[in-house]
Design a binder for this molecule. Structure first.
Ligand code: ZN
Ligand code: ZN
Length: 365
């Protein structure tokens, strides 16, 4: 029986180790996927720091991946009911087991809050099989939703990676529309995809506050009209800058994609009266922050919304977008750094420090 190499995160803060695993027995209607590329994102850094709840260590990280179906047992159907065949190029929705039967799914219609959902590479650990993309092959459990990548370049798709469905969800929650001036706080992958999508949705101007400088340059390349470095400007200077850019009113829409609690308050303060704020960066618990409910929220007549995870519709739309060479062109500006399985520790370091704009694991390296 052939072996599979995979990068294992044994416990939080421990070094990632490359280990060999036996090829799994396939259950009916499951498959084995040969990984071409998987990603390293901020979530993996949080995983490594032990900052996410409900993670069954040890685990193989890597939630969004692209590759080829190398072995199928039984039947695997796409969303149109067409069967997948061995050799098909695919990606898959990393969220599994959304039940479509609970109160969250059926009454609140908030499937990303379904308590039954599991995520490959995050809440599936080694005990659940080879269920992360930092591996030569990954085990696709029955009822995993695969999507064809016909006409989609692996690199182009992964330049968006998990940030794309997240940003699709956030821009939709924020209600970005024609003519808006959108302020994006942050300049990581989610922020960059948000800038591209805000332009696509009709924003006339997109402002970005982030760091370091090379990420702000990327922000400008993908469509930000003006950028400001957070490291060299105080909060007051940043607020002043936003007012100067918006005729003294503040942004119509602000999308927070930083992870810093204080940015949530700034998002409210930098938005105009009766504007909209969407919070997507607070994926882990970094503690509390104070704000003035009268001045920052009520008197401003603001709409403030959270945005948790993404669902199949965002993933589906993301694949369609990336199949369009023209519409997906802005993502080609993002520099990709490739790391082999045995370079996963360096990849995590480079993502944590902001050195890499987009880091990918290539198990062939
Ligand atoms: Zn449910
Ligand atoms: Zn991710």
């Amino acid at each position: 029986m052939s072996k599979i190499l995979a990068a294992l995160m044994p416990t939080p803060l421990a070094a990632i180790e490359v280990r060999e695993f036996p090829e799994p027995e396939l259950e009916p209607n499951s498959a084995l996927m040969e990984i071409d590329l998987s990603e390293v994102c901020g979530t993996d850094v949080h995983l490594h720091r032990g900052r996410l709840a409900g993670v069954p260590y040890p685990l193989i990280p890597g939630h969004v991946s692209v590759g080829r179906l190398s072995k199928i047992r039984g039947r695997l159907l796409d969303i149109e009911g067409k069967p997948f065949f061995e050799g098909d190029r695919v990606t898959f929705l990393d969220v599994h087991k959304t039940c479509n039967a609970c109160w969250h799914c059926l009454v609140a219609k908030a499937t990303t809050r379904c308590p039954h959902r599991k995520v490959y590479g995050i809440t599936y650990g080694l005990q659940d099989g080879i269920s992360g993309g930092w591996a030569q092959k990954l085990y696709l459990k029955p009822e995993t939703r695969c999507l064809r990548l016909d006409g989609v370049e692996a690199e182009r798709f992964m330049a968006g990676g998990c940030s794309l469905p997240t940003a699709l969800h956030a821009t939709s929650r924020a209600g970005v529309s024609l003519g808006d001036t959108v302020l994006v706080l942050g300049s990581g992958p989610v922020a960059l995809s948000t800038i591209i999508l805000a332009r696509m949705l009709g924003a006339f101007r997109v402002l970005c506050i982030g760091a370091p400088e090379h990420r702000l340059k990327a922000a400008a390349e993908v469509g930000a009209s003006a950028t400001l470095n957070i490291e060299t400007h105080t909060e007051e200077e940043r607020g002043q800058w936003v007012l100067e850019q918006t005729n003294g009113r503040g942004a119509d829409v602000t999308i927070e994609a930083t992870g810093a609690p204080v940015a949530v308050v700034q998002a409210m303060r930098f938005t105009r009266d009766a504007g909209r704020v969407c919070i997507v960066g607070q994926y882990t618990d970094h503690g509390e922050v104070a704000f003035n409910p009268h001045l920052d929220l009520n008197q401003k007549h603001l709409d403030v919304r959270g945005c948790w995870g993404s669902d199949f519709s965002h993933f589906y739309l993301g694949v369609q977008l990336m199949a369009d060479p023209l519409r997906s062109q802005p993502w080609s500006h993002l520099k990709l750094e490739r790391y082999g399985l045995n370079q996963a520790n360096a990849a995590l370091r480079d993502v944590a420090s902001g050195k890499a704009i987009k880091a990918l694991i290539d198990p062939q390296l």
